[in-house]
Design a protein around this ligand. Sequence first.
Ligand code: NAD
Length: 487
Amino acid sequence: MSHAHDRLLWIDGRAVKAKGGAWFDTFNPGTGQSICRVAQASSADVDTAVAAARRAFGEWKRMSGVARGRVLRALADKLREHRDELAELETLDGGKPIAETPEADVDSGADCLEYFAGQAASIQGEYQEVDEGFFYTRPEPLGVVGAIGAWNYPLQIACWKSAPALAAGNTIVFKPSELTPLSALRFAELAKEAGVPDGVINVIPGFGDVGQAMTNHPDIDKISLTGGADTGKKVMAASASTLKAVSLELGGKSPLIVFDDADIDNAVSGALMANFFTQGEICTNGTRVFVHESIRETFLERLLDRTKKLKIGAPMAADTDVGAMISESHMQHVLSYIEAGKAAGAKCLIGGAQATVAGCEGGWYVEPTVFDGCSDDMQIVREEIFGPVMSVLSFTDEDEVVTRANDTPFGLAAGLFTRDIERGHRVAADLEAGILWINHYNITPIEMPFGGIKESGIGKENSRRALEHYIRLKSVFVARGAVDAPY
Ligand code: NAD
């Protein structure tokens, strides 16, 4: 497979060396070993990539929406044709179980491309008669979009950002996370095969300095970031110097509330999906699990029964439920939170330590961990851990739990389990979150707007709403009759 070799930057439809000649290694989290070297972009490469994207913009924006949609549809088909290869690459570079990546990563990316392929033809302006004439509006693309990705869903993020941007007629410079550069590079190659014109998608692996050079770049019109809240604040501040629009998909510390009338088995399924999918490395995770006091014991019993059965293993093994943490330092970060939880007096019911996997001794594994007896002020309850660590809290009153659930600077997602339809909608209305799941958790159909509020972000991905973030409106007034000047 091509990933056994050094990988280069992808600019203007071809693989090129980094101008500075620098390289970095990307690692297999399952074994801790280097996979390959990757060319490391610097600000000089940002300039080249932006120039290529700007040149390509002229042709791409003039194509009809239907024509752009056809190309995006061909790219969606390419992803599906290469489903196994892309899933393996994502598992290799990201440590995610191979049981997850075909659907959660490749299909989700392809679904998004397919959705916006359809939307591309439907971007319309408006027309209105007014005194002295009429006007119409032209929805126009912004120009060159700078997109910066996180490491937890590298291919999905590349697709979720490219699809609406390209559908609307923009071109893109994408910087994948330095921890997971491989799938976005492969995505760009497949885009060329699918007929995406050279320069429309450029991929420049590198570190935070490359992201910074993008946010400061005068010829990038918009930044779309998926990353941590601190990075989001820096990106927004830097974008102010050239008044770039920003879309920010940031972190969270989302609540999952289980009411006393909930279907307990479904609620346990929700809590497991909200905490242990992708080893807990999901921005929307419901890591504060509020359980009504009257069902707490039953809930915990069933939760522990099922958590015990989760298999930590080599990411590439078909029966693995929980794979590897993205890096050694991230593993240490997660373990330090677990120690902080224990020190603060939370009761560790299961897990709570590093795990070793036979044959993968160099890998970075953490046991799925459940803390009970947590209180709202504990560090593990307040801060995003981004690992398989669930905090269980108890409550008795609806108003009380809503207030506690909202007591966080974040507002990405929330979930609730109840059989009471009125309560479901009432609590959904009161929770401060951009995404709300009733009787489910962590499902993200492309048709549904996705994005946070408060310090979890600005803007939406997916759905028709995402297009609004990649379009600007021009109002064109057309006069009828003579100009009645007072001079
Ligand atoms: P991060 O913020 O460390 O890095 C994200 C990206 O920003 C990387 O590509 C990085 O190189 C780049 N970057 C770093 N400093 C920068 C700067 N000053 N200017 C511009 N770019 C810079 O985040 P991460 O560790 O890669 O990802 C984990 C975080 O991402 C978590 O907080 C998680 O919740 C969040 N996340 C959010 C979503 C969402 O959709 N809301 C999805 C996935 C991950």
